[in-house]
Ligand binder design. Sequence first.
Ligand SMILES: Nc1nc2c(ncn2[C@@H]2O[C@H](COP(=O)(O)OP(=O)(O)O)[C@@H](O)[C@H]2O)c(=O)[nH]1
Ligand SMILES: [Mg+2]
Length: 326
Amino acid sequence: MGLLWKSRELVHLYRFQLKNLNRTGAKMADIFDKYKKGFEKTKQGLFGKFISSITKSKSLNEDLVEEVENLLLGADLGYEVVSEIIKEVKSQAESNKELEVLFKDSLYKILKGKNRELSKGDDLTVYLFVGVNGVGKTTTISKLGNMLNKQGEKVLLAAGDTYRAAGGEQLAEWGDKLGLRVISQKRGADAAALVYDAIDSAISNNYDYLLIDSAGRLHTKKNLMEELVKINKTIEKKLNHRADENILVLDATTGQNAIKQVKRFHQKINIDSIIIAKMDGTAKGGIIFPIEKKYNIPIKYVGLGEGKEDLQQFDPQIYIQTLFEE
Ligand SMILES: Nc1nc2c(ncn2[C@@H]2O[C@H](COP(=O)(O)OP(=O)(O)O)[C@@H](O)[C@H]2O)c(=O)[nH]1
Ligand SMILES: [Mg+2]
């Protein structure tokens, strides 16, 4: 089956999947609106310029190749992805398809076919959130906690950022606002011990989900990285298996540096999925492509704003359609 590239057709396609895609019942059109708002800066930036250059042109001549390369590199797609898609579009020059469609297809090829559902445990589901300071971990946990809670799940949050004074307080404030229980400790407390207690509490109180925050380990600071390894061991000891998902949160506004963060964290603890926060805050929303191309780790959610509802499951078709739509 060919790709469906009109949002109208996508809406039709997804009508059958609405239950999976958005269990809170928001309409498909609302999801498109959220994506549109969240990726507005990207569309106004270099990616938008890329779209207008290719829609104006009929063929990919050398001048256009150079222009497209520069624009896409500027939009954070990275050298590897850019050369691959240009090569592919060139190879199809005889196909009679519009340039726009050829580019859409080759971009989609990089992202398609991945499972973007968060894994679930048998009884208790445990997610450990890691990432550098300030990327959006605490906010993302709160948004996801809110989403699960609205789906009728019983959600417990653990303020594993015991390193910074505000670390626990911030999550506690979110917990108050959302009506979610938060396990926290005073500053400097052993984070692994807190996680140990949180798992006990989650099991004995029949929680469905435990979402664990962690300190914003600078990936170059060894002691903090070791603490993360220790937290992982604690989870494994308590559950007899590791967390259902180790989730790395990245900040879209950091550009290519985000790719280095994936490498560093993945070396230390196995990263199962990625959430990219602050997509709304960057004009370079193309960072998604090199991350997925380089590591076989799916991006499962994207943060599209600071509010509690501003977290969306990542959908490559809606994403690409949003970028290309006028
Ligand atoms: N615009 C925008 N801001 C975000 C998003 N996610 C988080 N933030 C903001 O980024 C800042 C740092 O977030 P925080 O959750 O404290 O990061 P942490 O240090 O990784 O826990 C806060 O001001 C958040 O409101 C997002 O998706 N969009
Ligand atoms: Mg935090």
